[in-house]
Design a protein around this ligand. Sequence first.
Ligand code: FPP
Length: 255
Amino acid sequence: MLEIFSKWKANLTSADLPDQAEEGKLPQHIAIIMDGNGRWAKQKGLPRIAGHREGMKVVTKIVRVASNMGIEVLTLYAFSTENWKRPKKEVDYLLGLPERYLKAELPKLIENNVQVRLIGTTDHLPDHTLRAVEKAVKDTESNTGMILNFALNYGSRYEMLEAVKSIGRLIEEGKLTADSLTEETIHAHLMTSQLNDPDLLIRTSGEIRLSNFMLWQLAYSEFWFTDVLWPDFKEQDFVEAIAVYQKRKRRYGGV
Ligand code: FPP
C-alpha cells in the first residue's frame, strides 16, 4: 500500500479524496466486473435479488468516490448479454436497477458534473429501463466530469461482431478497402469508440475471468482481482486496487 493511501485504510472520508487527483498517476479509466451478489445473498440466507439490491448501494458509493478522486471514466458491467439466461424474476429485477439507481442518484450525478453513458445493445431492454438511462445520458451530456459508463446488455463478442459487420458494409459500399483497415478502424467501430481503453480492470468475488467483457479494450489493462463479494466491496478496496495499479510497471510489450 502506498504511503499516500495509508491514511485512508483506517478511516476513509470522502473529504480526503480529491487530493489524489494531484498525484497524476491515477488510472484514467477503471472498469469493474461487479461479481458475487448472488453468493453474498446466499451466505445470508436471502434471495439473490437482495444481493443485487445491496450491490446497487455499492455502485452509489463507488461512483461517488471515483468521481471525487478524479477518475475520468468508470465503466460498470451491470448486465451482460448472457445474463438473460437467469430466471425471469432476477432478470426483471436486474433490469430495474438502473432506473432505481438513477431515480435516487441523477440529481447528485448532475451536481457532481458526471456524464452518464451507455454501452450495450438496446435489443430486448424494457422500455422503462431504456427511457431512464437515455434520460440520464441526455440530462448529463453537457457535463464535463467523470464519465459513468454503464455496460448494460453488453457482450464483447457481440460488440466485435457488430463492428466487423459495419466495417464489412463500408467495404461493400467501396468506402474502405480491406488493406486500409487498421486497429484504429476497429476501435472506431466499437461501442467504446469515444473512450480510451481501461487502465485498470477490477473483478470482485474471487472469479478470475473476463466473462465476455471488453475483450478488445482490455488488451493492455492491468487486472486486479479480489475475493471480496461486490456487496461487501468498500471504498477502501477501491483505493487499494488503485494503489496496487500505481505500483505496476506497464510495458505494453516493450522492456
Ligand atoms: C454478478 O453477480 C452481478 C450481476 C450480474 C449484476 C451486477 C449488478 C449490480 C451490482 C447492480 C447494478 C446497479 C446499477 C445501478 C445498474 P452474480 O449475481 O453473478 O453473483 P454470484 O456469482 O455470486 O451468483
